[in-house]
Design a protein around this ligand. Sequence first.
Ligand SMILES: Nc1ncnc2c1ncn2[C@@H]1O[C@H](COP(=O)(O)OP(=O)(O)OP(=O)(O)O)[C@@H](O)[C@H]1O
Ligand SMILES: [Mg+2]
Length: 200
Amino acid sequence: MSVSSPVTCVVVMGVSGVGKSTTAELLAERLGWPMAEADGFHPQPNIDKMSASIALTDADRIPWLHAIRDWISERAAAGESVVVTCSALKRTYRDVLRQADARVRFVYLHTTTGVVQRRIAGRSGHFMPPALLGSQFADLEALESDEDGVVVDPRASPGEVAETALVLLGLASPAPPDPPSPPAPPLPPTLLTSRRTTGA
Ligand SMILES: Nc1ncnc2c1ncn2[C@@H]1O[C@H](COP(=O)(O)OP(=O)(O)OP(=O)(O)O)[C@@H](O)[C@H]1O
Ligand SMILES: [Mg+2]
């Protein structure tokens, strides 16, 4: 990890369905940084296993995490900061991502199983067996105090969640300056006259 690196990678982490993609898209848009989804970095053997509903082991995840880490480093070498979604449930997974040659910072979307269950139920095009969500929470190791990152409650609107993350990370753009006030309208002629006549 290179804390002094001027190039940053924001990793949006948390269990499946908590809102990582939704939040990361908004962060990338507001920061003007490219975004990648961790799912896109799985090697073929992992894709084959997942297609066959076989759970990935920690050993399976190593080449996947290395691929994400290397992509972060490649973009950083090109001077580009990025946003990545990655469940990054265990500290050892985050340790691999931190090996990237960039300042790797985490946005940990942290909430209850109930909130996530409702989100998954309301999401079209995805099916997730409840047991799988249980195993995600069982694996989840919260962001620790010595890790570079912030914890955000994802229950607010997507825009508010992204804004809170940016503020906590110190990456929110400063509010634009107030526009110059318009010139005062000319005084009506009657008022000008009355001032002249009173001599006040
Ligand atoms: N802040 C929010 N408020 C309300 N609904 C949200 C919010 N964020 C995300 N959602 C909804 O919750 C569902 C899950 O969100 P999303 O797909 O972003 O989660 P994810 O963590 O990327 O999931 P996965 O790990 O499966 O990729 C989606 O239907 C999304 O529209
Ligand atoms: Mg997602």
